[in-house]
Design a protein around this ligand. Structure first.
Ligand SMILES: [Zn+2]
Length: 262
């Protein structure tokens, strides 16, 4: 069986949707299983260019800032009111109170019970490793003002890591240790007096990737008002491996480690 993992960039715009990309959303596929990491605003529309609307098997939300989760409310509408009846529930791994927060975002009353659970089975994330379909997924707390998890996804001997939103932290370096590909946020450009514990610059993304021994660093969460070329230049000064800028629609195939199966 061919065990490669395909990553498709659905959305890579930082903090809000941009003219060329929705906010954060990444599609991971292996063995016919499709998992979304984040579902930020604008992502549900573009997702349908790359996957059937009802072909998603699981969703992981790194945190509950709008640019990482808000289209889950729209996806509830699609699954709940699908022609032919509601679609079967799929798991949604997210920080605590996600069901309540998403219900309120859509104008549903969370009482008497959590709404949206008819098509989503919410599972509260905590640090640690769990199996989701064919993937081994490790979640770790990042350095961001709200509870935020980065992810390390392993399959077929390959490793993909995702920083989510984070300021500098050792947890990111550990999560990305010897990853084949690190999707790392680079929201800030180098400047004096940047706020701490919030986001990374391109240089800081490069430093974390270099310390972790990452093979391929993909800068993402790129904010529309920044010059991406500066983010790339900052990272390239700190990172010696392969370096890319994320772009909507990009696909990355991670072939299995070792000899190819016959
Ligand atoms: Zn955030």
């Amino acid at each position: 069986m061919w065990l490669s993992v395909r990553l498709t960039i659905i959305g890579c715009s930082g903090s809000f949707p941009g003219p060329d990309s929705p906010a954060s959303c990444y599609l991971l596929e292996a063995e016919g299983f499709r998992m979304l990491i984040d579902l930020g605003n604008g992502a549900l529309g573009v997702l349908q260019r790359h996957a059937g609307l009802f072909d998603i098997d699981a969703i992981c939300l790194s945190h509950l800032h709008a640019d990482h989760c808000l289209d889950l409310a729209s996806y509830w509408v699609a699954r709940r009111y699908a022609p032919g009846g509601p679609k079967p529930p799929i798991p949604v791994y997210a920080p605590g109170r996600a069901a309540e927060r998403m219900a309120l975002a859509h104008g549903l009353e969370p009482d008497p019970g959590p709404a949206m659970t008819d098509v989503f089975h919410f599972a509260t994330l905590s640090a640690g490793t769990r199996r989701i379909g064919p993937f081994l997924v490790t979640a770790e707390r990042m350095n961001h003002p709200v509870e935020t998890f980065g992810f390390r996804v392993e399959h077929g001997g390959r490793v993909l890591a995702y920083s989510a939103d984070t300021g500098p932290c050792d947890a990111l370096t550990e999560l990305a240790r010897r990853a084949d590909l690190l999707l790392c946020e680079a929201s800030f450009l180098e400047a004096a007096d940047l706020p701490g514990g919030l986001h990374l610059t391109g240089r800081q993304a490069g430093e974390h990737a270099e310390r972790a021994g990452v093979r391929h660093l993909v800068l993402t969460h790129l904010v529309p008002w920044n010059d991406k070329r500066r983010s790339f230049a900052e990272a390239s000064a700190a990172f010696t491996g392969k370096l890319s800028l994320a772009a909507q629609g990009q696909e990355f195939d991670l072939a299995p480690a070792g000899p190819l199966p016959l």
